[in-house]
Design a protein around this ligand. Structure first.
Ligand code: FE2
Length: 179
């Protein structure tokens, strides 16, 4: 399992967004390490950490996108789908308490890197680059949040498995873990 790495090719032309992406990649590596070690309690902690920072990042990215007049509606939809899928997989893994098949480990790790690097940074965020670059690399509109004001109460493990089909999510839960 290769460690995920931020490279210059992943820069979207804004310092805040780039540094948050680096942070998310490093947390994703911790998540992958916990999965590989079959450590359910560390995995749970790391996923909460990832989720807190995702909320912060999504909120900051939205503020920046609005400030550079980039249409963020597709982002919002994709983010909802990702969080649902992430929670679904999380519940399956935590439920099995470390008794994860090699396939399940492989699938979840791949899901994380597919989503974060290819899905989020490259497909969703990269199209913002021209608009971001027009404002300069250090553009920073208003107050930007950090994990201390992450809306932890927004965590919603309940509605995860429902609402995927026909909700416009590009992901489908076709690979059930550990079956
Ligand atoms: Fe992003």
């Amino acid at each position: 399992m290769m460690k995920l790495k931020w490279t210059k090719q992943l820069s979207v032309g804004n310092a805040v967004i780039d540094s948050e992406h680096k942070n998310l990649i490093s947390i994703a590596n911790n998540v992958r390490r916990a999965i590989k070690a079959r450590d359910s309690s560390i995995l749970s902690q790391e996923l909460e950490h990832l989720e807190d920072w995702l909320y912060v990042h999504f909120a900051n990215e939205e503020k920046i996108a609005q400030a550079v007049k980039f249409d963020f509606s597709q982002h919002k939809l994709a983010q909802q789908c990702w969080l649902k899928e992430l929670w679904f997989l999380r519940n399956e893994l935590i439920g099995k308490n470390g008794l994860w098949s090699d396939d399940a480990i492989e699938y979840f790790s791949l899901f994380l890197s597919d989503w974060l690097i290819d899905g989020h940074i490259i497909s969703l965020d990269m199209p913002m680059k021209p608009a971001l670059q027009a404002h300069g690399y250090n553009f920073l509109p208003g107050v930007i949040g950090d994990a201390t004001n992450a809306p932890v109460t927004a965590r919603n493990p309940v509605s995860v498995a429902s609402g995927m089909v026909g909700s416009g999510c590009s992901y489908s839960i076709s690979h059930s873990i550990g079956k």
